[in-house]
Design a protein around this ligand. Sequence first.
Ligand code: FAD
Length: 341
Amino acid sequence: MNEPNRQGEVWVFAEQEDGVLSDVVLELCGKARQLADELGVKAGAVLPGSDIDGLSQKLIAYGIDHVYVVEDTRLAHFQTSSYSRVVCSLIDKHQPQIVLYGATSLGRDLAPRVASETRAGMTADCTDLEIKDVTDPRTKQVHEKLLLQIRPAFGGNIVATIVNYDWWPQMATVREGVMPMQDPDESRSGATIVEDIELDDSLFPVKLIERCVEPRTVNLKGARVIVAGGGGVGSRDSFKLIHELAGAIGGAVGASRAAVDGGFIGKEHQIGQTGTTVRPALYIAAGISGAVQHRAGMEESAKIIAINTDPDAPIFSVAHYGIVGDMKKVLPMLVSALKER
Ligand code: FAD
């Protein structure tokens, strides 16, 4: 057990690549702002890297008060040992009460390392965070304003609320796309604090020889419209109907896991608990049952249209408009109606 610092800030780990902050960081800035206001403390961000000019001001515009910058050419690319040393040193110095990371591959690597080095608690893959007073069932002691860390558990069949009574700071990784990104306020003021942390060469055991970046062909996160197909589409050939509607409406193509497992389309199109989380303006689900693991990735969409032969399919419980019918008949009708316009 370590002592809580109830005056400590709420921090976001500011993951960036080549001087570009990842979207989940900007999403977390809004959440950190909200949690900090509820706790009556400041919101902070830890920003390690090289050539990161301008990012501090951006973090401030998205709701951060204090940006702790550690700039070093050796920090240009992520290495667990050096980045965890940076975060641990800053935690030790400033004693935040909450530290949030995106549940990206980098965040999933860094956060547990920091948690173990600082002997803090950590909940992975949260989908929501709240502040509440909680009674410890072991001691009956009421803890004021603790962080509730909410995430799917048991294969997505339940939503678990995890509370950390004893291990501080409270840490969580948060799934990308589950928190709405707030609009930036360029007039906000905050402080950039340049930190000087001694980093021994032994903290950089990996020598980067070459970077091969795979071009990103699927941009589900940025899509305003997504047409997604599921197991009910039946085959890779029939999946062309999904591509056709997406093309006609100017949308991206998504899929359920059944469609991916069936080989109808690649895994990078999968939406849901183990795929991408999306919140487009319009989500069209064709031949998708609406299992809880799929809904976890799309139910925050502004408008959902479901097409399914089964009137009792669970997808209809989250759909704004439902069409009970065969997608192989409905989709061509939609495409020709769109082309006529
Ligand atoms: P099916 O269950 O096969 O349902 C097909 C649907 O299509 C049915 O509702 C049927 O009525 C309808 N249908 C059939 N023919 C037609 C037709 N001609 N026209 C219209 N409708 C028709 N799933 C995900 O999607 N994403 C995830 O990220 C994900 N992660 C998971 C993680 C874990 C740990 C586990 C255990 C499961 C996960 N799953 C995920 C799988 C999930 O539980 C479901 O199995 C999956 O979502 C089912 O996909 P589906 O609804 O497309 O297929």
